[in-house]
Design a protein around this ligand. Sequence first.
Ligand SMILES: [Zn+2]
Length: 409
Amino acid sequence: MISRRGFLTFPLSASSLAQTPLIYDVLLKNGHLLDFKNKRNGRFDVALVKGKVALVANNLPTAHAKLVLDLGDYYVTPGLIDIHTHFDAGGADLNLQPDHHALPNGVTTAVDAGSSGYRNFEAFKSRTIDRSRTRILAWLNIVGAGMYGPDVENDVAQMDVADCAAMMKKYSDLIVGVKTAHFQPPTWDAVDRAVEAAKLASKPAMVDFTPKPERPYPDLILKHLRPGDIHTHFYGRSTPLLDENKKIAPYALAARKRGVLFDVGHGAGSFLFRNAVPAIQQGFLPDTISTDIHKRSIMLPRANMTTTMSKLLNIGLSMDQVVERSTVNAASAIHRPDLGHLSEGAVADVAVLEIQKGKFGFVDSGLNRLNGDRSIRCVLTLRAGRVVWDADGLSQVDWQNAGPYTNYR
Ligand SMILES: [Zn+2]
C-alpha cells in the first residue's frame, strides 16, 4: 500500500494536521533491512527527515509520514557504493554520464577511477562532480592528465608525486586516493609513485596492474602495496590468482592477511568466470564489488552494479555478502565511514532491491556465459532522502486517484 500525504496533490486539512503532526518526510515500511554496520538484518521501518535517517525501528506510525512506501517485498540497503567507475560528463572517450548509469542501479556514491589527474581534476569537478545528483568521488590519476591514452599514461615524467598529493589535500573531501592504470613499461614507477603520493596524503592507492617478468604480481601485493591499498580487476585475465592446479596462490592469501584489498573492477577485460568461480569456491571472495563501468563494459558484459552483484550472487555469494561488499566494505575501502550504512543521523541514501527468480544468463569480460536463477533489480533509489529512481512508480499516486490536472506538481 502506498499513500502520500502533505504534497499539493493531497493537502491535509488544518484539523487533521493538528491531530497528526507530519514528522517524517518518507517512511520506508516493512522492508528487509541489510545494514551490516548496525548489525541490522531483518524487518525494520526507516523514517527519513530532511535528507537524513531519523529513526530505524519497528511499527512506526504511518500517520506521521508525508510519504509511506510499503517495501515488504524488497530489501532496503544503504545506497550502493561503486568504487571503480568511469563517470565523467566530458573528458576521455570511454566515460559515461553518471546519473543515468548509477542511480537506476542503486548507486548513490560512485568513485571515478582515475579519469582525471592533478592537471585536470578541477575541470572534471566543475563539469561532472558539481552537476551530478549521484555523489561523485574520485581516485586521482598519478598521471597529471589522467586517462588520455598511452602517450601520457606511459610517461613517468607526467607522474608528479608532490603535485598529486597537493591536489588530494586540496580536495580531500572528494578525492579518496590515487589511481594508477594501463602502465606498460616494465618498471615499478607508476605503482611506486602512486603509493608514495597516497602516503603523503594519508589515503589509499588503487592499482590496475599487468604483471611482467620484471615486475611480478606477488611483489605487487606483498611488497609494493600497503595494507589498505587496493588491487582492482583481481579476477581478470592478467592476474595470476590461481596456480596451475586452479588453487588460490599462496601469495594471494598472504597479501590478504597483510591487509591488501581485492576489488572486482569488472570492466570489459577484468572479470572472468574461469577465475572468479574457482576462487570463490575456495573462499577467496572480493573485499569490494565494483563495476569499472564505461562505454564498452556496459554493453555485452553489462558491467553495471546490479548485474555485477547478480553475477556474484549466482556464483555463490549470499545476498548478505553481496550487499556488504557494495556498501559498508566499499565505504571502509575509501575511508568514508559516514557512508554505507543507515544509522540514525546518516545521509538518507537508500537502495531498494529485489531478487527476481527465473532463468537468467550472465556474460563476463571474456564473453563467456554463466547460467543463473536469480537477478538483482533496483526498484527504488533515494539520494539524500529524495526519490531519484522509481522503476515501478511505488512513490507515485495511481493516476485514477490523482485528481485534476491542476494538482500536478
Ligand atoms: Zn577502470
